[in-house]
Design a protein around this ligand. Structure first.
Ligand code: ADP
Ligand code: GLC
Length: 482
């Protein structure tokens, strides 16, 4: 039996701001439990739902030194679906209304504390991982501290690490002197072949340099980040580590996202019943959101963090033109006020046709995945993307830009060969996008049989974790042996 510890800043069902939480919360359940004891450690945020906080039991506490002070490290624990979750408790760092509240420097201190605490709790919880699987910049210091802790004694020697990049855009960067004061790591680590990048300290870079293997969440993104456009300044490093870098596409928790079991939606359906039943979800959603009730109109859904990563500049550019067509658009998202206000504006201007829901709601997201005919995701870059996988599962055809995981998971419709599961366009160009949306409309309105065949293929795709969990197991094996 091998021990694996996931370290992450978010994880469903406890706390989620994006797809990272979905991945960390579902993947551990899909490993071969005879071979791997996979546990997860995350911060205990004050903003977690009371329901979860009540399930946590106290294990132990002690103090560690960080940023010039002694800091309390409480350990809490909870078992869910047979997986053990540990929570690091410290109100000073993890109070507040959201996980990433505060300025960048504060977040760097918060997650430096978390990373050091992750390693410090191991002897106390009596779970010595053979491998620590780190996720994103917030845990970038884990491999670095591990290197540093090796000198403390035998215990920490030989623990392997994997750094999984869910989004290279966020790196945890601040000036070297401050980061050195916070982390209390020696000068040795603050040089260009270690944690320094462009004269600043870079936490993710530390993780990438010190991890035994580096992964990202789709094959295409693994290639893209070796180029300057997608490399976010670290393309040289990604090239240098390319022998240890691979892309493993994300899966979905097929129990959570399941059109025939979903309790959130008005009418459940399968690949055999969608023709009759899917439309009932559309009518229910139109009613709920005050859209014109029309079973025949093409409903386009968007569920997303509202950031420039997701291609909203393209949408802004053609929204007026698109709203002249026979379509309805429903948006669910929060983020950049620029995009929040843009959608509020269009919902006012095209009332009955556009619905802007500027908040976070798990329940409404499921209703949109189930009710829409198409799902728009024209990302500028997309490491993997889970929303398009959710859409495929609910027979909602994705319209995407061919980048990262979108390229790897959505096969564009080919009307001659009758293949494909969605629609895609190549260049980051608003009218190229509008053309493909209009092409999708033409199939939806004029070739209903073909449209339904695409839905069948979409719903029959398998993006459960089955395949990808196996690939992670193989990667673990390459480091730990069988
Ligand atoms: P990213 O991680 O870049 O945000 P993903 O597509 O990987 O993108 O994952 C986004 C996840 O967050 C999906 O599960 C999506 O349904 C969910 N999501 C995003 N915004 C909202 C929202 N406002 N309400 C509910 N769920 C949301
Ligand atoms: C990031 C990426 C998204 C990916 C998710 C989970 O938030 O933006 O593409 O699906 O992480 O890996």
């Amino acid at each position: 039996m091998k021990n694996i510890l996931f370290a992450s800043s978010e994880c469903v069902p406890f706390i989620k701001t994006g797809g990272l939480a979905d991945v960390v919360g579902s993947l551990p359940k899909y490993y071969n439990s005879k071979k791997y004891d996979v546990r997860v450690v995350l911060p205990k945020y004050d903003c977690m739902d009371q329901k979860w906080k009540e399930k946590m039991e106290y294990v132990e506490h002690f103090y560690i030194h960080i940023a010039g002070q002694d800091q309390y490290v409480g350990i809490l624990k909870c078992v869910l679906d047979k997986i053990i979750f540990y929570f690091i408790d410290n109100e000073y760092y993890f109070g507040g209304h959201a996980p990433y509240e505060g300025d960048p420097k504060w977040n760097i201190e918060k997650f430096a504390f978390f990373s050091k605490a992750v390693l410090s709790i191991l002897p106390v919880i009596e779970f010595r991982p053979d491998l620590i699987h780190c996720h994103d910049w917030q845990t970038g210091l884990v491999p670095v501290y591990l290197d540093n802790f090796r000198y403390l004694g035998e215990y920490y020697r030989g623990i392997k690490t994997i750094m999984t990049i869910h989004n290279l855009k966020f790196q945890g960067v601040w000036d070297t002197q401050t980061v050195q004061q916070i982390t209390e790591l020696p000068d040795y680590y603050f040089v260009p072949d270690k944690m320094e990048a462009y004269h600043d300290a870079n936490l993710l870079k530390g993780g990438i340099v010190y991890a035994d293997k580096v992964t990202t969440v789709s094959q295409t993104y693994a290639e893209e980040i070796k180029t300057p456009f997608y490399g976010e300044g670290l393309d040289g490093l990604m090239m240098a580590r390319s022998n240890d870098l691979c892309g493993i596409v994300n899966g979905l928790d097929y129990n959570e996202y399941c059109p025939f079991k979903d309790k959130n939606i008005a009418k459940r359906f399968t690949v055999d019943t969608f023709k009759r039943n899917k439309v009932l979800n559309k009518l229910a959603l139109q009613e709920e959101l005050g859209l014109e009730k029309d079973s025949k109109v093409m409903l386009i859904g968007i569920v997303s963090r509202l950031t420039d990563q997701k291609g909203f500049d393209l949408i802004e550019c053609i929204m007026d033109e698109l709203c002249q067509d026979a379509v309805q658009i429903v948006v669910l998202g929060t983020g950049d006020p620029k995009y929040e206000n843009m959608f509020r504006h269009f919902a006012w201007k095209y009332s009955g046709k556009v619905s802007a829901n500027i908040f976070y709601s798990e329940e409404l997201s499921h209703k949109i995945y189930a009710a829409s005919d198409a799902f728009l995701m024209p990302s500028l870059f997309e490491p993997c993307g889970l929303s398009q996988l959710m859409s495929l599962r609910y027979g909602t055809l994705p319209i995407v830009r061919e980048t990262g995981g979108l390229k790897d998971t959505v096969e564009p419709y080919n009307e001659y060969e009758k293949t494909g599961t969605g629609f895609s366009f190549q260049n980051y160009n608003a009218h190229e996008m509008l053309n493909i949306i209009r092409y999708a409309q033409s199939i939806f309105y004029d070739k209903k049989r073909d449209w339904n065949k695409i839905i069948e293929r979409a719903m029959q795709q398998d993006f459960s974790w089955k395949n990808s969990a196996k690939q992670y197991e193989q990667l673990y094996e390459s480091l730990l042996g069988k």
